[in-house]
Design a binder for this molecule. Structure first.
Ligand SMILES: [Zn+2]
Length: 290
């Protein structure tokens, strides 16, 4: 029988790429709890997380917008948008990167909710082909293993968010991630980065995690703003690509592309263990079977 963490359901041995930024090279399980969960519990402080958010909000800004928000159109980024606008009263510029695989109904819904929340919204269209060509021509990479297809879009989203920050003279970015950004030396919701040629450091915050939003709270928020699941794939609530690459990804890597991320969300407190287990069963039986 496979050894699984009793807290986050991660499996012994395999290190999912979603946590490769941490110091860990492999998952070890001691007394039923994995090394990532042990580190999370040791390094987590609610007070520190609160201070992090306060620090993010207190930074002086000169542009029209307080923050740029990466709006995929899915449930997590809309939760972040609601929190930024309604809970924190920030002046937000939301943007969606249209990679060609985000259905029109997702874009329509995004426009409608942004209008309702009185949030300015822009769309950046850029075909994924250019990124893919660049990737395939780069000798340092290999398509055969650890090919995280979503990273191609992440790179474009990151580049475009920096462009918007420059244009609007802001340096703060909000994402809809329900999990920590880093786990050591302390658990943090924030990433700092100084883009080449930009006068100052940019600060990105995983807002739902910074506010410790749970799955249940998210459901209430989505109901409030009228967000409906566009039902385009089992895992993604905005993009068709995960559905298209799922089978091949498992074949090449031996695990599901969501493996590790769900566990990270459980570890971060978004899902209870029971909810996580239910989600895992509902979506696929492949997670642990390969
Ligand atoms: Zn764990």
């Amino acid at each position: 029988m496979k050894k699984i963490c009793q807290n986050c359901l991660i499996e012994k041995g395999r290190l999912p790429y979603v946590d490769q930024a941490s110091d860990f090279r492999e998952i070890k399980i001691e007394n039923g709890i994995c090394n990532l969960c042990q580190t999370f519990q040791k390094n987590f402080s609610q007070q520190r997380l609160h201070e992090e958010l306060q620090g993010f909000l207190a930074e002086k800004n000169t542009g029209k917008y307080d923050v740029i928000l990466a709006l995929s159109g899915g449930k997590d980024s809309f939760t972040a948008l609601y929190l930024a606008k309604k809970e924190l009263d920030l002046n937000v510029l939301a943007f969606t990167y249209q990679n060609g695989f985000i259905p029109e109904k997702v874009i329509r819904q995004s426009k409608k909710i942004c209008q309702k929340l009185n949030v300015d919204f822009v769309i950046k269209e850029r075909s994924l082909q250019k990124s893919l060509d660049h990737y395939l021509n780069c000798q340092d990479y290999s398509l055969s293993k650890n090919f995280d297809f979503c990273s191609l879009c992440s790179q474009n989203i990151s580049a475009y968010s920096i462009k918007l920050m420059k244009e609007h003279d802001t340096f703060r970015l909000i994402t809809g991630d329900n999990c920590y950004e880093s786990i050591s030396p302390y658990v943090s919701a924030i990433r700092r980065y100084k883009p080449f040629g930009y006068k100052r450091e940019t600060i990105t915050i995983n807002l739902p995690f910074a506010l410790r939003v749970t799955k249940r709270q998210q459901e209430k928020i989505l109901q409030k703003i009228g967000w409906k699941n566009p039902k385009i794939s089992k895992y993604s609530s905005n993009c068709q690509i995960p559905n298209l690459i799922e089978k091949k990804f498992i074949e090449i890597n031996g695990f599901h592309s969501e493996y590790g991320y769900l566990q990270k969300e459980i570890r971060s407190g978004f899902y209870t263990r029971e909810e996580g287990e239910k989600f895992q069963k509902k979506t696929t039986s492949i997670f642990f079977s390969l």
